[in-house]
Design a protein around this ligand. Structure first.
Ligand code: GDP
Ligand code: MN
Length: 395
């Protein structure tokens, strides 16, 4: 689960990570109130207005702006709230901004440029350890740094049983070229960040930039956190941070039915049991000249309800011109699935796209018979090749 920057900052702050202070606002008026409140709390008289969306690259896209006065806070908030913010992570359609974070401006344009670092914590599945990845080249696309100057990205592996050892925190501060007070600050910042990653059961904590202020404080200016869905049951307070407006509506609906669904851009909808078979099915669709409209794994125990929910979700996509249902009857019996398809079809009513059902495994013949005799616009196939040919013919 992804969360907003302001929520990430709250988590980090609870674990003792120094973050730039900010307050959230839903309207330009609230933005002004937040800015005033921030001045009371921090003494700041300059602010940053930051769009809250589940995507990075907001700065370049025009979603992070500096304000010098309260009027400007209001103007910028008015401009940013409601905008369709396009960044390299949102896709061309962008994301609608519903909230802005009013943050203290921790450095002013015109000050000598502060040092910006990159730091993230994530899991290295190969070694079974966590990694702290960091770089002196903060504030810009880390992907570009990785491509052009990979030697400027450092990695420190952390044994999950031990956590960050003091020498590792010092190593990181040293590699970032710090000394004196900033060095000490960094040796506290690193374990706090790691503890937030562990404590929140995050799969990623990414701070770009980490800032060294003019008075040598180390501070997180941005906060990107992804939380592990499988651990959310342990954190009801974090689970509440979910913002459904940031997620694809069909994916939200699919998750309510425990369907594994990822929306894609093609024209052939597919419903498959098992992730591996789903991948193979998408390959077959491609091979037959179509383009998959989605990835949908209905899981092992497909029944009439799951088939119906899956069909509805696929049909809600206007691009879909054919649907391929590819079920291997291993855990389920094919005749049961076939009945499920027929039942779901009748229940949904008007379906204007051809449905191709390929059933293989237990009672495959019986399943095919049910489909063929249903009188519905459903085409049955036994082999994948037959199904692919049908897709090609019908698309
Ligand atoms: P992102 O573009 O989505 O990664 O959003 P960030 O939170 O990283 O903000 C983008 C950029 O705005 C940062 O890289 C900074 O250079 C700049 N920025 C963020 N906070 C401040 C601030 O307090 N003062 C100034 N002057 N610039 C800031
Ligand atoms: Mn950033």
């Amino acid at each position: 689960m992804n969360i907003h920057e302001y929520q990430g900052q709250e988590i980090l702050s609870n674990f003792g990570v120094r973050v730039s202070k900010g307050l959230i606002a839903n309207t330009p008026e609230e933005a002004v109130e937040s800015a005033k409140e921030l001045t009371k709390l921090t003494g700041t008289d300059k602010w940053v207005v930051k769009a809250q969306i589940h995507a990075g690259g907001r700065g370049k896209g025009g979603g992070v702006k500096l304000a010098q006065s309260l009027e400007e806070v209001k103007e910028l908030a008015d401009q940013i709230l409601g905008m369709q913010l396009v960044t390299h992570q949102t896709g061309p359609e962008g994301k609608k901004v519903n909230k802005v974070l009013i943050a203290q401006n921790v450095f002013y344009p015109g000050d000598s440029k502060p040092e910006e670092y990159y730091m993230s914590v994530l899991l290295n599945r190969q070694s079974g350890k966590n990694i702290i990845m960091y770089s002196t080249e903060g504030g810009m696309d880390i992907e570009t740094v990785a491509e052009e100057t990979p030697h400027l990205i450092y990695k420190e592996e952390i044994d999950p049983g031990q956590g960050v050892l003091p020498f590792q925190a010092r190593q990181i501060a040293f590699n970032l070229g710090l000394s004196g007070k900033a060095f000490k600050e960094m040796t506290k910042f690193v374990p706090a960040l790691y503890n937030a990653y562990i404590g929140a059961d995050a799969s990623l904590v990414e701070i770009n930039p980490v800032l060294k202020t003019s008075d040598d404080l180390i501070m997180a200016i941005d906060a990107k956190l992804s939380l592990d869905d499988n651990a959310l049951f342990k954190h009801p307070d974090l689970a509440k941070m979910r913002d459904l407006t940031e997620e694809d509506p069909t994916e939200v609906e699919a998750s309510e039915h425990n369907l594994n669904f990822v929306k894609l851009d093609g024209n052939v909808g597919c419903m498959v049991n098992g992730a591996g078979l789903a991948m193979a099915t998408m390959d077959i669709i491609k091979l037959s000249g179509g383009d998959p409209a989605n990835f949908l794994d209905v899981g092992g125990g497909a029944n009439a309800q799951t088939v119906e929910a899956g069909l509805k979700i696929i049909l809600s996509d206007e691009n879909v011109t054919a649907i391929l249902i590819n079920i291997f009857g291993g855990i389920v019996r094919c005749d049961r699935v076939a009945n499920g398809v027929v039942e779901a079809y009748k229940k949904i009513g008007e379906i204007n796209v051809p449905i191709i059902v390929r059933l293989q495994g237990t009672n495959a013949e019986g399943g095919k018979k049910i489909i063929d005799e249903s009188g519905l616009k459903v085409f049955s196939a036994i082999t994948l090749k037959e199904a692919a040919d049908l897709v090609q013919e019908l698309v």
